[in-house]
Design a protein around this ligand. Structure first.
Ligand code: MN3
Length: 202
């Protein structure tokens, strides 16, 4: 049976300061993310479900017990979230990715506006997404721990950028000011990683 593991971060808990504070990172990774990993492994075992990959799990997730949807999404979404951020991130994407952004949204600023709006208007807990749908870029958002790989997703495709808008992602530093968290988060984006994921989606 495939056991899912908590991945190490590529950077230290304080590396995204001042945009995301050390304590938030530490609690988010070592407790929240870790809990999803433990609960996913338990749910797979309890329900005698064997999957080789997240893709396989999510492709039929609507037919499985809800614990697999919630905890599977919780693991995958955070895995991606840590990867698409880095210290000294931000700036502007380049090359093929920038061309696809300009083609879908007219400009990078327009993508940022649409994505930030998706993050702001997601009611309650959830995620904002930039998704490659057969190479065409689309902005969407999802509730809870759902994601665009799931069979129940509104927009299905390959997620290449995501933002966690659960309160646990920002409340210690930003309290109820989700807008400040969203605005400042752009300074952490690892565009090289996003570009790599876009290229792999083609
Ligand atoms: Mn989270």
């Amino acid at each position: 049976m495939a056991k899912f593991e908590l991945p190490q971060l590529d950077y230290s808990y304080d590396a995204l300061e001042p945009f995301i504070d050390k304590m938030t990172m530490e609690i988010h990774h070592s407790r929240h993310h870790n809990t999803y990993v433990n609960n996913l492994n338990k749910a797979l075992e309890d329900n005698k479900v064997e999957v080789a990959s997240f893709e396989e799990l999510f492709a039929n997730v609507s037919k499985l017990p809800v614990a697999l949807r919630n905890n599977g999404g919780g693991v995958f979404n955070h895995n991606l979230f840590w990867k698409i951020m880095k210290p000294n991130g931000g700036g502007v994407p380049e090359g093929q990715l920038l061309e696809a952004i300009n083609s879908a949204f007219t400009s990078f600023d327009e993508l940022k506006a649409k994505f930030s709006n998706a993050a702001m208007t997601r009611f309650g807990s959830g995620w904002a997404w930039l998704v490659s749908v057969d190479g065409k870029l689309v902005v969407t958002s999802s509730p809870n721990q759902d994601n665009p790989l799931m069979d129940i997703a509104e927009v299905k495709g390959t997620p290449i950028l995501t933002l966690d808008v659960w309160e646990h992602a920002y409340y210690l530093k930003y309290q109820n000011k989700r807008n400040e968290y969203v605005d400042t988060w752009w300074n952490t984006v690892n565009w090289e990683e996003v570009a790599k994921r876009f290229a792999n989606s083609l």
